[in-house]
Design a protein around this ligand. Structure first.
Ligand code: PXG
Length: 461
């Protein structure tokens, strides 16, 4: 790679690189921030500025940057066998070993894996697999998959359709047929309904699934898909009653439960998988991101006994797969990554240390005049910015207060994401106590700067 000035990088970037989820013209005017190096939880940009990455890249660098074991695993595998496929009755050792190891760390009953290249591809596989399963059960009319508004399941045709981002559906004629949505279990959005505790609300929100099943016709419903904790939707932690009730409803109607763990998997919530934190027993688990800590792309689906048995024993050929299903380099990196998570006890670290530290720090941030509510779960957290703390009144959407706050974070060496006015974090799981303190001090400073900014604009009461 050549060395260029920031301006030179930005010019070449604007001339040729179409970025994901980006207004190309606006970015070309402003110029992208060029990230050149990273170590542990810190990034460095082309201007030499150090940035604390409280988003783990994009929810994925669970073990932090610069882990030699992963680098060595990739190097060794590239030298030995950089690629071979798994299509024509062949396999490679890393893919076999990874399938075996995933079966070990997965919740009980999920003993098979189908590999893909990303979370989106994993969810495309889910759609194919769920529908194939019901065909094999002699119930081909069971086609409908129920997702949730403001859920995120990727950006392919199937992934974006399962997801409930309306602005995505608006481009490209989505959702594809046979996918429908229910409301999300977001207490605050639903107006903190009077007389209804969070736990009662959780049951009401799960009940929307039953209503939808009855509306569609139980004999037509194939599966329900949800993230244990919504990530891209704004780190929305559902009431504790929600998932057990969802599980009960899925059981009652015999429909498959899919837990999309692209963000929640591999320690993020303080267990290996988020379903173990929220109390569901999925038939299928989508994974990606944290499986390799993002060092190389890999995704896939963990398959429970009910579906695996049908596919294996009755299925014949499953007409589906990707060139990179079981890519040996990606699988070798995933093996090194999972072993490192085990050796460094990172799941326990999140459960017993990092999670409680973040919960405590966020409870203190809740006292800030701009913060309406805080939520954390393991190594994820959200702060909701509100105009009026006592009433909970929101800022007008067009003021884009979240983006304003994110700008202050960017300017002050902190990466935090804004989803509307929810400021969210999902830091690397290796974070120490001192680093939590450093991050929280930065967050506090950025909240203060945002408040001063809003005062100057006359946007706060
Ligand atoms: N499922 C979930 C739950 C995700 O969070 C995907 C599927 C798709 O994975 P791939 O690997 O195809 O991107 C994701 C991805 C954001 C953001 O803005 C979140 C994701 C991707 C891009 C941006 O928070 N999550």
């Amino acid at each position: 790679m050549t060395t260029r000035t920031t301006a030179e990088w930005q010019a070449a970037d604007a001339a040729h690189f179409l970025h994901p989820f980006t207004d190309f013209q606006a970015l070309a005017k402003k110029g992208a921030r060029i990230i050149t190096h990273a170590e542990n939880i810190y990034l460095r940009d082309s201007e030499g500025q150090r940035i604390l990455d409280a988003m783990s890249g994009l929810w994925c660098v669970n073990v932090g940057y610069g882990q030699q074991a992963l680098i060595d695993a990739a190097t060794r595998q590239m030298q030995e066998l950089p690629f071979y496929n798994a299509f024509f009755q062949t396999a490679t050792p890393p893919a076999i070993e990874l399938a075996e190891l995933l079966a070990e760390v997965a919740p009980p009953g999920l003993r098979h894996v189908f590999f893909a290249g990303s979370g989106s591809e994993g969810n495309d596989t889910v759609v194919r697999m769920v529908r194939r399963y019901w065909d094999l059960q002699g119930q081909p009319e069971r086609q409908v998959i129920i997702g949730r508004w403001n859920g995120y399941h990727g950006s392919t045709m199937a992934g974006a359709s399962l997801g409930g981002m309306k602005y995505m559906h608006a481009q490209g004629g989505l959702p594809i047929p046979g996918i429908t949505h229910i409301e999300q279990p977001y207490w605050w959005l639903h107006g903190r309904p009077a007389g209804l505790s969070r736990d009662d609300f959780g049951k009401v929100a799960a009940g929307w699934l039953e209503q939808k099943i009855l509306e569609v016709g139980p004999e037509k419903v194939a599966a329900f898909i949800g993230e244990p904790i919504q990530g891209a939707g704004g780190v929305i932690v559902p009431p504790a009653t929600y998932w057990p009730e969802i599980q009960r409803i899925c059981d009652q109607y015999g429909i498959l439960l899919v837990s999309d763990e692209v963000i929640c998997g591999f320690g993020r919530t303080g267990n290996w998988f988020g379903c173990q934190t929220v109390g569901s027993r999925p038939d299928l688990i989508t994974f990606a991101k944290g499986v390799t800590s993002g060092y190389v792309p890999l995704g896939g689906v963990l398959v429970g006994e009910r579906v695996a048995r049908a596919l294996i024993e009755q299925g014949g050929e499953f007409e589906h797969g990707y060139t990179y299903s079981g890519h040996p380099v990606a699988c070798a990196v995933a093996l090194a990554n999972i072993r490192l998570i085990r050796e460094q006890h990172l799941v326990e670290h999140v459960r017993d240390e990092l999670g409680p530290w973040l919960a405590e720090a966020f409870a203190q941030l809740a006292e800030h005049p701009l913060v309406g509510e805080v939520q954390t779960c393991g190594a994820m957290g959200a702060l909701l910015l509100v105009k009026d703390k006592s009433s909970g009144e929101a800022f007008p959407a067009e003021q884009e207060v979240g983006m304003l706050c994110r700008g202050h974070c960017f300017g002050n060496g902190l990466i935090m994401r804004a989803v509307g006015d929810r400021m969210i974090i999902a830091p690397p799981l290796v974070m120490t106590r001192a680093q939590v303190d450093e991050m929280v001090a930065l967050i506090r400073r950025c909240l203060d700067l945002t408040l001063a900014d809003l005062n100057a604009r006359g946007w706060v009461a």
